[in-house]
Design a protein around this ligand. Structure first.
Ligand code: PMV
Length: 312
């Protein structure tokens, strides 16, 4: 059996994180400059499935991993979907350039790459909808109660307008536009921020429902601005969304510092992206200012930046 390789991109949420968990729309786009990769190869004369992921110091057989480990779960669900109960021995090696626990979708990207590489190795491609569903199951391990936005944008590798439990809608990007992503360097597990928002919502439903509704409205307006290439209105919508996330309690001093630095350096708008508390922020810019903004982010404490184009 020949070796197989599959890759999946990272992602950023442009609008609507957290509110999306409560049924509001959100917009997410793939980031192909960072990728997770899985390589599957036969292990002639040996038994079992060997999993190595040097980035997280993992080197174990699947039998030695708990069933609720995200990678082992992705493999088990793939075998189940293929109807394979006794797979041939194989080794899977996972590498990724997507920073961990920072809102760029590393968990979902690893799962998508694993499912695709294993199913190709076993001779059958699974439909995208099945890859998406399996990855959603692994996201539950990472996130607790995921909305499903990460697995969807990464599986389909297209900009999406996402509403929980609704069929996927892709966005028409009239003209590509540039964003700069700044990493605070502070890992922040999404499950904790999502859990805190839930607690606050339960204690203060009126306030939080109003915040979620306002985020949803912004995401709707942002879709229109993207489809019409109205960057002048898209930037302020990012700023408004960031303010709502601050009120929700999911920003952090590091994120606020990077957001302010991006705006001072000429960004049209900036906001945290993803679960918050750490992880990444994004800034909207015209292409000629992107390097200046990236430099300002590094000076303000970012440990990494990515300049990328959002395109169809
Ligand atoms: O994986 P992250 O950090 O981009 O978070 C996903 C976005 C949330 O809305 C915070 C959670 C979710 O499941 O939608």
């Amino acid at each position: 059996m020949p070796a197989t390789t599959a890759s999946a991109p990272g992602k950023v949420i442009l609008f609507g994180e957290h509110a999306v968990v409560y049924g509001q729309p959100a917009i997410a786009v793939p980031v192909n400059k960072v990728q997770a990769r899985a390589v599957v190869a036969a292990r002639p004369g040996q038994q079992g499935i060997q999993i190595t992921a040097p980035d997280i110091s993992l080197n174990k057989t699947i039998k030695d991993l708990p069933l609720d480990h995200a990678i082992s779960r992705a493999i088990h669900l793939t075998l189940e979907a293929l109807g394979v109960s006794e797979p041939p021995a194989f080794a899977i090696k996972i590498t990724s350039t997507i920073p961990l626990a920072s809102g760029l979708g590393s968990g979902a990207a690893v799962s998508v790459a694993v499912v695709r590489a294993v199913s190709q190795f076993l001779g059958r491609q699974l439909p995208a909808e099945t890859v998406n569903q399996i990855t959603f199951e692994t996201e539950k391990i990472h996130h607790g109660t995921p909305s499903g936005i990460d697995n969807t944008v990464i599986t389909f590798n297209r900009p999406v307008y996402f509403i929980k439990d609704r069929p996927i809608e892709t966005i028409e990007i009239k003209q590509p536009f540039t964003i700069v992503i700044g990493d605070t360097g502070k890992p922040s597990p999404t499950a904790i921020a999502v859990g805190d928002v839930r607690k606050n919502y339960q204690e203060n439903p009126g306030k939080y429902q109003a915040l979620f509704d306002a985020c949803g409205k912004i995401a709707g307006n942002a879709r229109w601005s993207i489809e019409e290439y109205r960057l002048q209105s898209l930037g302020p919508l990012m700023n408004d969304n960031h303010n709502l996330l601050v009120e929700m309690g999911v920003s952090s001093p590091e994120l606020d510092r990077l957001v302010a630095a991006a705006r001072e350096a000429g960004a049209m708008g900036a906001k945290l992206s993803g679960g918050g508390r750490g992880g990444n922020m994004i800034a909207l810019t015209l292409p000629d200012k992107a390097y200046k903004i990236a430099g300002a982010l590094l000076s303000a404490g970012a440990n990494n930046t990515i300049i990328t184009e959002v395109r169809p």
